[in-house]
Design a binder for this molecule. Structure first.
Ligand code: ADP
Length: 450
């Protein structure tokens, strides 16, 4: 096992990793920017190192500073959390060159899945169905038009290096295509320093279903069921649940087994998530994330498996203690990502939390790094925390969610709590009858009041 783990992240995920380390008996090192000197992950870690000024590029993305922090503290492993350097293959290689273990997949797999075109090709070669689209990047407007004609409008333009819901453009008709290509290329170049685009059939009413897996890097891999992340705003998930209300046992087994088999074939190491759109009874792969995901607690609640602890164990031992028969799904879990934003305009609302009272009780989990009197800095994402609720059935889970949302008090800043209170009472949500565009359509109706 590792002697000391440096957590190269902040906020709730830094705290989440820290908790797993403590339970495994591994000393921790927190790193922080000057804006985060009072952060909870800094307070709870065994040691902490300031790695730079507030902008992420100068601190949480500052590789030399992170290497120096490892050296000063004697950390022999780094957990990257999600975001920042979590999917940076070069970072994993640099750590290895300095005899520090990156807690995550091998660089080759990070690199493969980070290129969404290569990832789709790899998935197809492994027998995983993908969304119909161009075979690789489109090099000219003529090629894009030919592919669009073949698959039929509407189409989605996507950046090969895209992520975080950015770098996507819907094109409904042929005459919109040239302008959309020009804008998408410019945006991709500016955001990801790579203007490679590919084309996909735009699916009108699919669900987003993803499969959590763990691999030992030697050809053994298990799945931990699926998550339904169809409630999204601007292609970003805000509510995730498991099991998916849209799948029957046969569909669930099909997608989960397909992914586990593919991961065995590539000898995948660590935790990963394969993402699909599910429409008309068909799964189509869109991408794979080679890291722990924001919504991982949903899976933990229904399996009682600590995914972060498993990431650490498999990175240290190159072995997976769990087998597929150790995974027993029980009950239902829902996660709400509560942001420091106005619940109608979604304008960011950083600032001081003057009163904080999180809900509690049976089946309620809060993953958050905020506290009474904490000031949310304006430099990073606006996540206040994640409320995760478990129930024996989906019905019980929803009742508990309503109760927990009503108890939750965060004063001094605006939060999206009122949005979740409204969602949990919507008939379509209660019935589990929603798709990836449902939330945008709901918001467009304008029934939410601040
Ligand atoms: P990112 O890496 O930015 O998260 P993804 O490829 O995972 O991008 O897609 C994010 C979301 O965008 C999906 O969950 C879905 O809501 C939407 N999306 C992606 N591809 C399509 C498509 N072909 N048709 C319709 N919606 C799509």
């Amino acid at each position: 096992m590792f002697d000391k783990i440096l957590i190269a992240n902040r906020g709730e995920i830094a705290l989440r990793v820290l908790r797993a380390c403590k339970e495994l008996g591994i000393p921790t090192v927190a790193v922080h920017s000057t804006a985060d000197a009072d952060a909870m992950h800094v307070r709870l870690a065994d040691e902490s190192v300031c790695i730079g000024p507030p902008p992420a590029k100068d601190s949480y993305l500052n590789v030399p500073a992170l290497l120096a922090a490892c050296e000063i503290t004697g950390a022999d492993a780094v957990h990257p959390g999600y975001g920042f350097l979590a999917e940076n293959a070069r970072f994993a290689e640099i750590l290895a060159e300095h005899n520090v273990q990156f807690i995550g997949p091998r660089p080759e797999h990070i690199r493969l899945m980070g290129d969404k075109i290569a990832a789709k090709r790899a998935a197809a070669a492994l027998g995983i169905p993908t969304v119909p689209g161009s075979d690789g990047g489109v090099s000219s407007d003529e090629e894009a038009e030919r592919v669009a004609r073949e698959i039929g409008f509407p189409v989605m333009l996507k950046a090969a290096a895209g992520g975080g819901g950015r770098g996507m453009k819907l094109v409904r008709a042929k005459d919109e295509l040239p302008a959309a290509l020009a804008t998408a290329r410019a945006e991709a170049k500016a955001a990801f320093a790579d203007d490679t685009l590919y084309l996909e059939k735009y699916l009108e009413r699919p669900r987003h279903i993803e499969v959590q897996i763990l691999g030992d890097g030697k050809g053994r891999a298990i799945h931990l069921g699926e998550r339904d992340c169809s409630l999204q705003r601007r292609h970003q998930k805000i509510w995730e649940e498991s099991p998916s209300p849209a799948l029957n046992a046969a569909a669930r087994d099909e997608v989960c087994e397909t992914v586990a088999k593919a991961m065995r074939a590539i000898k995948y190491l660590g935790a990963g998530t394969a993402e699909f759109l599910y429409d008309d009874g068909k799964f189509s792969f869109i991408e794979m994330n080679t890291r722990i995901q924001v919504e991982h607690p949903v899976t933990e609640m229904i399996t009682d498996i600590d995914l972060v602890a498993e990431q650490i164990r498999v990175a240290a031992d190159n072995d997976l203690a769990l087998t597929q028969s150790d995974v027993h799904v029980h009950g239902h879990a829902i996660e709400c990502r509560i942001n420091a934003e106005n619940p109608v305009s979604f304008r960011a609302s950083p600032g001081k939390i003057v009163h904080y009272h999180p809900p509690g009780g049976l089946g309620v989990r809060i993953d958050s790094a905020v506290y009474h009197g904490y000031t949310i800095p304006p430099f990073y994402d606006s996540l206040v925390g994640k409320l995760i609720v478990h129930g024996k059935t989906r019905e019980e889970c929803l009742m508990r969610l309503n109760r927990a949302l009503d108890e939750f008090v965060v004063d001094g800043i605006e939060t999206t709590l009122p949005l979740f209170r409204a969602l949990a009472r919507e008939t379509d949500i209660i019935d589990g009858d929603y798709h990836i565009h449902w939330l945008e359509e709901f918001l467009a109706r304008g029934t939410m009041t601040p």
